[in-house]
Write a protein that binds this ligand. Structure first.
Ligand code: FAD
Length: 463
């Protein structure tokens, strides 16, 4: 199919490059504009995380574009959370009782390079780098860019402009400044920031700790995590308060303070981090926040997608995954209303906003769960029971984590609604001592279903 309409996409990050590819596959003429240099030709610091947890909803987006086989070699399966307790004990908490359900660690750069290479193969796509969008005229879909080298300002006319330009979106700013319709915008920062560190590979390219896990050091107020890379290294992320409390990025202001903190909180990890002090000084400390805004579209001419529309904190590992799922959902509405961008954008936002609001809220909940609850006995008992349910009754039980991460057929909003109630039901039952040794596992599951059903106020259970 040839479609001569011209779509201009701002941002050739993860969302923008997959979006460009899919729109070109549909036959549109696409211009993909990126403010940074081409990362396939120059080493650039993206300023974002080095690796990411990639899971089923993200795969749904890649599958739509025919890239499932291409992405698999970039993936390292992570089958569960390896919890490093304060007393040095290790505890593996699987992500699911179904052995085929796991998440993957993937390099942001490798994934972005693969997507750009695929875009390069499409004659419908023109890619321009070092072009920073400075604003968009919403009514006419005209976007203005400044060339990084020459500083030349140039305008591009399109039929539609799609903003996949991340949390600092220039398109979103143009919508905020427009003042001819009501534009709601909110940004909530966490009191914690993050800093990336690393475990180097072993001399033979092996891994210093278990490769197929997402490692977590939950310490109540703070948390550290580590995800494996293909070269045997791990990218380690410390989540710590900016300035509040005894330990904060502000108080860790000397080698001695950093060493003392790691000796107290993460002694097993410290032993694996020969470059800690250098990395701590050199690597940036960055903020974490949630961005919600509405509407995502205007005049049937512009649309926000990915982080530009909904920036979320990284604790469910769903930011990129939800951005890829955005493309899947948008594609469905293009099928339904092709030729009428206003109708496409409206229907898309009507469905999608509720879901990205849900994952934004779940991600903040998971911050508290990961840094504090994963270390608590009642949480660990709940997870053991849930894993047993999923192993023994794989078609009957899905934990909240499974609903959000592996049930790509279920909307985030529905996963949140069912998952939250179910969590509450199990925790109440454990707390009230309702599970007895005499009960079979299926009796316990029936009890959870009954309690969940009561709390959902209808007879729907998770199926
Ligand atoms: P971005 O990746 O930010 O890409 C935007 C692109 O637009 C960039 O290339 C940028 O250079 C370009 N751009 C920006 N402004 C302009 C402009 N004015 N003109 C032209 N181009 C512009 N998600 C997961 O799914 N799993 C995880 O495990 C995970 N971990 C994370 C860990 C951390 C610490 C952080 C911060 C995020 C994490 N995320 C994770 C979220 C994920 O990084 C984002 O959701 C994802 O990158 C969104 O993709 P995007 O293309 O919308 O935005």
């Amino acid at each position: 199919m040839k479609n001569q309409e011209h779509i201009l996409i701002i941002g050739a990050g993860l969302c923008g490059s997959l979006l460009a590819l899919r729109m070109a596959q549909r036959g549109y003429r696409v211009t993909l504009m990126e403010k940074r240099p081409d990362l396939r030709k120059e080493v650039i610091d993206s300023g974002r995380s080095i690796n990411l947890a990639f899971s089923d909803r993200g795969m749904k987006g890649l599958r739509l574009a025919g890239l499932e086989e291409k992405v698999l070699p970039l993936c390292i399966p992570m089958r569960g959370r390896m919890i490093h307790s304060a007393d040095g004990q290790l505890f593996m908490s699987p992500y699911s009782g179904r052995s085929y359900e796991y998440i993957n660690s993937i390099s942001r750069e490798d994934l972005n390079v693969m997507l750009l290479d695929e875009c390069e193969k499409m004659p419908e796509i023109t890619m321009l780098f070092n072009q920073r969008c400075t604003g968009v005229t919403l009514e006419t879909a005209e976007a203005t860019f400044e060339d990084y080298h020459t500083k030349e300002i140039k305008s591009y006319q399109a039929d539609v402009v799609m903003g996949a330009d991340g949390v600092g979106s220039a398109l979103r700013k143009s919508m905020l400044d427009h003042r001819k319709f009501l534009f709601s915008y909110g940004q909530d920062f966490l009191t914690h920031g993050y800093k990336e560190l690393s475990f180097p590979p072993l001399g033979n390219g092996g891994y210093q700790v278990e490769k197929n896990a997402l490692h977590i050091w939950p310490r109540g107020k703070d948390m550290m995590i580590a995800l494996p890379n293909l070269d045997g290294s791990f990218t380690v992320t410390l989540f710590l308060s900016w300035e509040e409390g005894k330990d904060s990025f502000e108080s860790l202001n000397s080698d001695a303070a950093v060493t003392d903190y790691f000796e107290r909180e993460f002694p097993d990890a410290l032993a694996l981090m020969p470059d800690l002090l250098e990395e701590f000084k050199t690597n940036p400390t960055s903020p974490l926040g949630t961005i919600k805004c509405s509407p995502w579209h205007a005049y049937g001419k512009v649309l926000l997608l990915g982080d530009a529309a909904h920036g979320i904190v990284p604790f469910y590992g769903q930011g990129m995954n939800s951005a890829f799922e955005d493309i899947f959902v948008l594609d469905r509405y293009i099928d339904k209303h092709e030729g009428d961008w206003k109708a496409i954008f409206k229907a898309y936002q009507d469905e999608r906003k509720e879901d990205t609001d849900a994952i934004a809220d779940l991600a903040v909940d998971n911050f508290h769960e990961m840094k504090a609850h994963t270390a608590r006995p009642i949480f660990q008992e709940k997870r053991k029971l849930e894993i047993a349910f999923e192993e023994q009754f794989p078609k009957e039980y899905f934990s909240k984590y499974s609903l959000v991460t592996f049930r790509e057929d279920l909307r985030y909003s529905e996963a949140m609604r069912r998952g939250r109630v179910q969590d509450k039901a199990i925790l109440n039952l454990i707390h009230d001592g309702k599970f007895t040794d005499a009960m079979s596992l299926h009796d316990k599951l029936d009890l959870v279903k009954q309690e969940t059903r009561k709390m959902l106020h209808d007879d729907e259970v998770v199926e």
